[in-house]
Design a protein around this ligand. Structure first.
Ligand SMILES: CC(C)(COP(=O)(O)OP(=O)(O)OC[C@H]1O[C@@H](n2cnc3c(N)ncnc32)[C@H](O)[C@@H]1OP(=O)(O)O)[C@@H](O)C(=O)NCCC(=O)NCCS
Length: 120
């Protein structure tokens, strides 16, 4: 899925570890072929982080992305502490921001800091 939109993906070993530690993930199939995925990591109580929202190009603009984000938000609704406000974060390229704004996400003044840390 990663390679269908972003080029060379991470290693299988890294991906397996990431999936094992993912809180919740959604996959969409057309027959036996996976056509979209999204996943969420977090601590369940205070903070959730949406990762790897991917719809294969030929399946985009058909409502699949919306369906997946709604499923992720529903997971928070079912598992978060009732009556509290919970931080939901994600990182989006500028051209994808209008998609996320439809769900209530908004940019704030914080800047994303990142590095690729080499594991010895
Ligand atoms: C971003 C992405 C997940 C959207 O998925 P999608 O299935 O095409 O989106 P949907 O069809 O569910 O669209 C839902 C709504 O958002 C709108 N929308 C979708 N992509 C948009 C975009 N790039 N800009 C503006 N609006 C967008 C749709 O028009 C639709 O609006 P409507 O409900 O008012 O008609 C998909 O384009 C994708 O996988 N892109 C490549 C990977 C990527 O960049 N992922 C995001 C990482 S930040």
């Amino acid at each position: 899925m990663w390679e269908s939109v972003w080029g060379q993906g991470p290693s299988l070993e890294q991906t397996k570890l990431a999936m094992e530690h993912t809180l919740f993930r959604v996959s969409v199939f057309d027959g036996s072929r996976i056509v979209a995925m999204a996943r969420m990591i977090g601590d369940m109580g205070l903070d959730y982080y949406i990762k790897d929202v991917i719809v294969r190009p030929e399946y985009q603009r058909k409502g699949i992305g919306r369906m997946m984000i709604n499923e992720l938000l529903e997971f928070i609704n079912k598992n978060g502490v009732s009556g509290t406000d919970i931080f939901v974060e994600l990182c989006a390229m500028p051209d994808k921001i209008p998609f996320y704004e439809k769900f209530g996400f908004a940019a704030n003044e914080a800047q994303r800091l990142k590095m690729m840390y080499r594991v010895e």
